[in-house]
Design a protein around this ligand. Structure first.
Ligand code: G6P
Length: 489
């Protein structure tokens, strides 16, 4: 028979991520307005009904005063969210610095920034110190709210130290860590000055998860080569203690998208957009304005396509939604100017008095507009140079059941491993190949489009975010129980 420990009734789940799933705007000294942002993680956890989930994270705003902090804590409590308050200097060194200027580019194979290449530079050291300090601040909030038996699920590259901080406090805590980005080849990871400390901190977790088998393999081999630890099919072993390592590919809440397409407001948008782009084939890019997304490469490939195919010039439009992100980081500012320059050039070159080939927006869309845009698109272009998974490709597929459009997908996105059979896979660095893929997509016979779409649609609607979360959490529970049994033996 199953012990109550194995199938708990409403076990508590503490989800710890750098960013809370809300955007908070201050309305007065002690009042806040909160907007829940329903990203993948939020909808994934809404679906895990066996657990009572709480969120711990940064609200994305600087709140230096106690009145403001108290009011925000109270408002967030209603949404089952618990804030971690980070001061401005910590945000600068930890979030803008170590997380987004060092770990993010490195994990996406873009290398370390030139000025930080020497381990001895002061900026690197102060950023790493702030990173550890920030992780401890997250741990302190977790510890304050922890009750025996809780599951703690830590997320992403911002919180690689958190498993260590938690286990140092209480080795009985059940701690899982999941990485939403790629984990790079050990040859890349070993360039990081703090490579060993980070790996050891992650290994304190009971279960370590990645989107793909390749990322999990890279992590295990980094532990073998850098720390000299033994990798087993189960994970990484250190002096008899096993850290389970496995792949858990994330998905989306596909029903949220398929249902939205039935809503009158979305249907109205669809009608308007169809009218607006009548007579033109619509190609779509939706990306955070991030260097890993390969936006310049995408536009150069589109330019090459227009150059090679004059017959398409006034018949196709590329709609690029580029959502601003991490705007304080210099590399992101440079990228914004670069993208604007290329878009301007292509529009100048191929635009006419009545139409431009690229319709570029520097902002996000609300959910209804996003669904409508996905639904009217003929060809989606995902050209990430590296991407943990890329859920835009999943969202597009979910909204395409009537149109059965084509997905052009980078082979360097985790999604290529799940949607590869239905998509046209491309190497985003090869502009000629991407231009040819655009031609192939635009000329694809209906029957082939249908077959490819069907393959992807089945995958997206069965491998959902809810399933992903359920599998990770139950595996974490099992891992802890197995470890306890091993100790008893
Ligand atoms: C990626 C990361 C997430 C992050 C998101 C948005 O998907 O894996 O952890 O929340 O980008 O970036 P931001 O810096 O705005 O939180």
């Amino acid at each position: 028979s199953e012990s109550p420990e194995r199938r708990p009734i409403k076990q508590r789940l503490l989800v710890v991520a750098n960013r809370l799933p809300v955007s908070a705007v201050r309305k007065g000294e002690d009042s806040w307005s909160l907007d829940i942002s329903a990203g993948g993680l939020v909808s994934a956890l809404l679906g895990v009904t066996d657990f009572e989930a709480r969120w711990i994270g940064w609200a994305g705003v600087n709140v230096p005063d106690e009145i403001g902090q108290k009011a925000l804590t109270k408002a967030l409590a209603e949404k089952r969210c618990i804030p971690v308050f980070l001061d401005e200097e910590t945000v600068h060194l930890y979030y803008n610095g170590y997380c987004n200027n060092i770990l993010w580019p490195l994990f996406h194979y873009l290398g370390l920034p030139q000025e930080d290449r020497l381990a001895t530079t002061r900026s690197f050291q102060s950023q790493f110190a702030a990173y550890k300090k920030a992780n401890q601040m997250f741990a302190d909030v977790v510890i304050e709210h922890y009750e025996e038996g809780d599951i703690i699920w830590c997320h992403d590259y911002h919180l690689m130290f958190l498993p260590k901080c938690l286990k140092d406090y209480n080795s009985q805590m059940k701690v899982g860590w999941f990485l939403h980005t790629p984990f790079p080849s050990s040859e890349i990871h070993r360039t990081l000055p703090s490579r060993s400390e980070l790996l050891r901190a992650v290994l304190c977790a009971d279960l370590v998860g990645f989107h793909t088998y390749d990322y999990a393999r890279h992590f295990v081999s980094a532990c073998a080569r850098i720390l000299g630890l033994e990798g087993t099919p189960e994970g990484v072993e250190d002096q008899g203690r096993l850290t389970r390592v496995a792949a858990f590919p994330i998905g989306i809440d596909s029903e949220r998208f398929t249902r939205a397409l039935e809503v009158p407001k979305v249907q109205e948008y669809i009608r308007e957009l169809k009218e607006r782009f009548a007579g033109r084939v619509v190609m779509l890019g939706v990306d955070r304005l991030d260097m890993i997304k390969g936006i310049p490469q995408k536009i150069l490939a589109f330019e090459k396509f227009l150059e090679d195919s004059p017959e398409w010039r006034d018949k196709v439009v590329l709609l690029q939604i580029a959502v601003p992100t991490r705007t304080e980081v210099a590399e992101y500012q440079k990228l914004t100017s670069q993208v604007h320059e290329i878009v301007g050039r292509v529009n100048g070159r191929f635009g006419t008095l009545t139409a431009v080939p690229i319709h570029h927006l520097d902002r996000s869309l609300d959910f209804a507009a996003l669904c409508a845009i996905y639904a009217i698109t003929d060809v989606a272009l995902v050209t990430s140079l590296r991407d943990g998974m890329n859920l835009v490709s999943y969202e597009f597929v979910a909204c395409q059941n009537s149109k059965k459009g084509v997905l052009i997908l980078s082979e360097f996105a985790g999604a290529a491993q799940s949607l590869g059979a239905g998509a046209i896979l491309i190497n985003p660095w090869n502009i000629t190949e991407v231009a040819a893929a655009i031609g192939q997509a635009l000329n694809m016979p209906a029957e082939e489009r249908e077959k490819r779409h069907h393959h992807n649609f089945v995958h997206v609607t069965t491998h959902t975010a809810q399933k992903w979360a359920e599998v990770f959490v139950s595996e974490l529970n099992d891992t802890v129980i197995e470890a306890q049994q091993r100790i008893r033996i």
